[in-house]
Design a protein around this ligand. Structure first.
Ligand SMILES: [Ca+2]
Ligand SMILES: [Ca+2]
Length: 444
């Protein structure tokens, strides 16, 4: 951890900065874990908007979606690993016009950077992006395909960005990419998505060829080592535990355990350590579009493949999607019926589940479907960045470090560098300057 660095008031700014830089260099050898404060993106399918939640305050700090950024029933968002771009699937709706585009949002300004056109009527429902950020896979629920998007081309010339369209099982609703980036698992729920015909199509990302399609499987959250997947099946009230190697070699034995989880288990997320899989229980909302009679999140211990704890949500929540912070400290759950987001403290979820919901966020849009959390440790005015990047361009200059020093000395207002105030205290401490110097040296 960073040691508090006491600077004598008799020192010049430059000397202070030098001392702070020296302190930060020393600290590069130890683990620097910023406090968890992230931008969380929630796609609001019925509001044609995307809410940006700042986890420092657990409130909506920005809403994307206006005359310049038009969505069409957005869902299933995904961030590029560098957090510069948010891909949003515009599903459209069956009773109106199915969507056929993916919006690429530049997160630094929350403006539209590009629109990628898919085949008419595709109904893109969710996006996943490879760990190297080069390729996005889009599940098209009305076309029974997955679109392969070259993310560099999406910015340079969107009309050439779709490099392949791959047929998959009927009604694909999700894509999960293995942590090593080798495979894209496309999960289909079968027309008309009543649980009778699940299937997973395995796409090899090296050549975008289909390796196999396995009926009866669904793949959602994958352990960090890539060995196991946890997949809710609400129609059976179960969660499948899948050996991912066997999906290719021995598919009939790929499900190594089936865990009973009541009330329509629907979405899943893995803790960064891989120790727990979180599964939302969506209840009646996901089954029949009614207010849920029961809403909760189950925490599955991946060591024993048993339910370690269940965190209750207000009955009518209808939790539709979940994501876990990069530092593993909390989970964010979108509630489809109540138009809120719940924040679960992951430490309490296991030890004291009745007190694990630490915040309920109002002000997200109608029918949130899909969530993504930016890995950078600050969220300033609805834009992800890191500590010390006053101008929110992911580069930290000496001028920005000096601005922080000036604020710390009382010579300038905090508004000159909100991104320097990691803990939102309204002041800039030496610790925060050290963190900024560290970010300047090691990258934002
Ligand atoms: Ca900057
Ligand atoms: Ca502060």
């Amino acid at each position: 951890m960073i040691q508090r660095f006491e600077c004598s008031t008799g020192l010049s700014w430059w000397l202070r900065l030098t001392l702070c830089a020296a302190g930060a260099l020393g600290c590069a050898l130890c683990s620097v874990t910023p406090a968890g404060a992230y931008c969380v993106y929630v796609a609001n399918s019925e509001s044609d908007s995307v809410s940006v939640i700042d986890t420092a305050t657990n409130s909506v700090s920005a809403t994307i979606g206006n005359a310049a950024v038009l969505f069409n029933h957005p869902s299933g968002p995904a961030l590029t690993p560098d957090t510069r771009f948010l891909y949003v699937a515009n599903r459209g709706s069956l009773d109106r016009v199915p969507g056929s585009t993916v919006s690429v949002i530049a997160t630094a300004a929350n403006t539209l950077a590009a629109t990628v056109e898919l085949a008419p009527g595709s109904g893109p429902y969710s996006v996943a992006i490879t760990p190297d950020g080069a390729v996005a896979y889009v599940a098209n629920q009305f076309a029974d395909t997955v679109s392969v998007i070259d993310t560099a081309k999406a910015l340079a010339d969107p009309s050439t960005a779709v490099i392949k369209t791959i047929p998959v099982g009927p009604y694909p609703v999700g894509v999960a990419i293995s942590p090593d980036g080798g495979f894209a698992y496309v999960s289909s729920c079968g027309a008309p998505c009543d649980g009778s015909a699940l299937s997973v199509t395995v796409v090899d990302t090296t050549d975008n060829e289909v390796r196999t399609t396995v009926p009866g499987l669904f793949i959602r959250a994958i352990t960090p080592d890539g060995q196991f997947a946890y997949s809710p099946n609400g129609f059976a009230d179960t969660v499948q535990v899948i050996d991912t190697a066997k999906v290719l070699t021995e598919p009939t034995h790929a499900v190594i355990k089936t865990i009973s989880v009541a009330n329509f288990p629907y979405a899943a997320a893995m803790t960064p350590s891989g120790r727990f899989a979180y599964v939302t229980q969506c209840g009646e909302f996901c089954l029949s579009d009614e207010p849920s009679s029961a809403s909760s999140v189950s925490v599955i211990d991946t060591g024993t493949n048993t339910v370690a704890a269940t965190v209750s949500l207000p009955p009518t929540s209808g939790p539709t999607s979940i994501a876990i912070a990069p530092d593993g400290t909390f989970a964010h759950v979108t509630n489809g019926w109540s138009q809120t987001a719940a924040v679960i403290d992951t430490a309490k979820a296991v030890t004291d589940p009745t007190h694990a919901v630490i915040a309920t966020i109002q002000g997200v849009g109608e029918r949130p479907e899909g969530i993504a959390i930016a890995p950078l440790p600050m969220c300033v005015d609805g834009h992800p960045t890191c500590v010390g990047d006053c101008g929110v361009d992911r580069r930290i200059t000496v001028d920005e470090l000096l601005a922080m020093v000036n604020i710390a000395l009382g010579n300038a207002e905090i508004s000159g560098c909100n991104a320097g105030d990691r803990d939102g205290s309204g002041q800039i401490t030496i610790d925060e300057i050290l963190t900024a110097v560290n970010n300047a040296l090691n990258g934002c």
